[in-house]
Design a protein. Structure first.
Length: 484
């Protein structure tokens, strides 16, 4: 990062583009740095470099050799741990403890996990007996080629590395565009990758806005696949863009996730779980619970308990002692969230707590803060119940029985995740099988084993990532059939 400008990284070289824009700190509205914005020519150069790499020496690397580089990258992140923490905090305003315990450790784990998986993976084979001989079938996984990686702003380095690591592990070259809201940690990663000597062109970083730089990337004819995490609307646009060439896509899109608290749940654990699933990272996680259904026998008690816990949360500066929540990622996003706060009241919601911008009487008043918010009283057809808000808010509704709440949970255009709280293991298994989502958590939320599949149903995405599922996503799988 030179001269306060975040550069591009193309074909093994850092490049300052001719046009820049401001990177704004959401805590106080001040400019952190300037961001180089890649133009169409620079995007094309990055794609060309990636193509040369995947068709050159990188294409001849064995899985074990690729894994060695992934481990070096993980070590490089670890060696600059506090720099990555600082970059995440500056861009997002998130609490320091969150960056230290989630974002940066997960980035390191992503590279190490996929290094281990690709180095130890054993392919499949089978034999078939014929009347005049035998068939031996075996599976070969080959790189797709050049992958366009477009990552979001809510968990910048975590989700960026979640895509880059398996794409490289599978032997692809990547052209990456992080969100224009959170470019700093991706630029640090480019520095790490440069320092470990990854062959030039294998990893390329371009900065810019989605409507321009992102569009240049997804419409480039020499891209073989697109991996995208973001809004369902943008995912739909990308799908239409690549449809004519039938290019591979991997999408993790929006969510309007449900939490279900049954009457037999461990009450205190359920309250703590829903508190976390609704307000973690100021509600800016695609898996957050914006719809909460609580059995009618414990509904009023639950609402009061969650209200008390919510009002005790600390909204503060990232390094403040005891801080729970930071600001939203940008002032533009705050306006979107506040628009839904206003809409909720127009639709007849009871505001249990929050619903507005806090006043602190200090520098935090210059930041993009909103109060964590709970509503009740809305009907299931309200827009606030059906549209993703992506802020620190949830609506709590009562239900009577399992069949009723199952229908209400499934009555959504989205299907990313659902968390259920019950001490009845049989109920948990039955309910989990019938929920139309990619992941169900039982008596927990956001617990992850990186070897397991992750992804959404319906408008929440296409494909699965995690463990071998990621290698499948980023590979062309070929069956070789030999008669002998």
């Amino acid at each position: 990062m030179q001269c306060g400008i975040l550069p591009l990284y193309i074909d093994g070289k850092f490049v300052i583009s001719g046009h820049t824009f401001d990177n704004i700190n959401p805590v106080n509205g001040e400019t952190i740095s300037l961001i180089s914005e890649a133009n169409e020519v620079q995007v094309a150069s990055a794609v060309k470099a990636a193509r040369s790499a995947v068709e050159g020496e990188w294409g001849d690397f064995s899985p074990a050799e690729r894994a060695l580089y992934l481990r070096k990258i993980a070590d490089g992140i670890e060696a600059r741990f506090e720099e990555f923490v600082a970059a995440e905090v500056a861009d997002t305003g998130r609490p320091v403890y969150l960056a230290r315990t989630l974002d940066v450790p997960r980035a390191i784990a992503n590279f190490r996990t996929f290094a281990d998986i690709t180095a130890s993976f054993v392919g499949e084979s089978c034999e078939t007996k014929l009347a005049d001989g035998h068939l031996l079938n075996y599976t070969v996984r080959k790189p797709l080629g050049v992958i366009a990686v477009i990552s979001p702003w809510n968990l910048p380095i975590l989700l960026f590395s979640w895509k880059v690591a398996p794409a490289l592990a599978a032997g692809n070259a990547v052209v990456c565009k992080p969100s224009e809201e959170t470019p700093s940690s991706a630029t640090l990663l480019a520095e790490v990758i440069d320092s470990v000597g990854l062959p030039k062109g294998v990893f390329n970083l371009i900065h810019g806005r989605g409507a321009t730089t992102g569009a240049y990337l997804t419409t480039h004819p020499d891209i073989d696949a697109v991996s995208f995490t973001g809004s369902s609307k943008t995912g739909s646009t990308i799908m239409k863009t690549v449809a004519d060439d039938v290019k591979e896509v991997s999408f993790e899109l929006g969510g309007k996730n449900a939490a279900v608290v049954f009457a037999d749940a461990d009450f205190d654990a359920a309250v703590e779980g829903v508190l976390k699933s609704s307000f973690y990272n100021s509600g800016q996680v695609c898996m957050c619970s914006e719809r909460v259904y609580v059995h009618e026998s414990i509904f009023e008690r639950f609402v009061e308990a969650l209200k008390e816990k919510t009002e005790a949360l600390s909204l503060n500066l990232p390094d403040a002692e005891g801080v729970n929540l930071g600001p939203l990622v940008s002032f533009a996003h705050r306006e979107k969230v506040l628009g839904y706060f206003k809409l909720a009241e127009q639709e007849g919601a009871n505001v249990i707590t929050g619903g507005k911008v806090p006043t602190f009487g200090d520098e935090r008043d210059k930041g993009a803060f909103v109060l964590p918010t709970i509503w009740t009283g809305l009907s299931d057809d309200a827009r606030v119940i059906n549209e993703e808000i992506f802020g620190p808010c949830c609506h709590i509704a009562p239900f009577r029985d399992d069949d009723e709440v199952l229908k209400r949970v499934n009555n959504s255009d989205y299907g990313l995740d659902c968390s259920i709280w019950t001490t009845d293991l049989s109920r948990a298994h039955r309910f989990s099988r019938k929920v139309h989502v990619g992941i169900v958590w039982v008596n927990t939320w956001y617990s992850r084993d990186l070897r397991t599949p992750f992804g959404g149903a319906k408008r929440s995405g296409l494909g699965r990532e995690g463990g071998i599922f990621s290698l499948n996503t980023y590979s062309e799988i070929t069956n070789v059939c030999v008669k002998f």
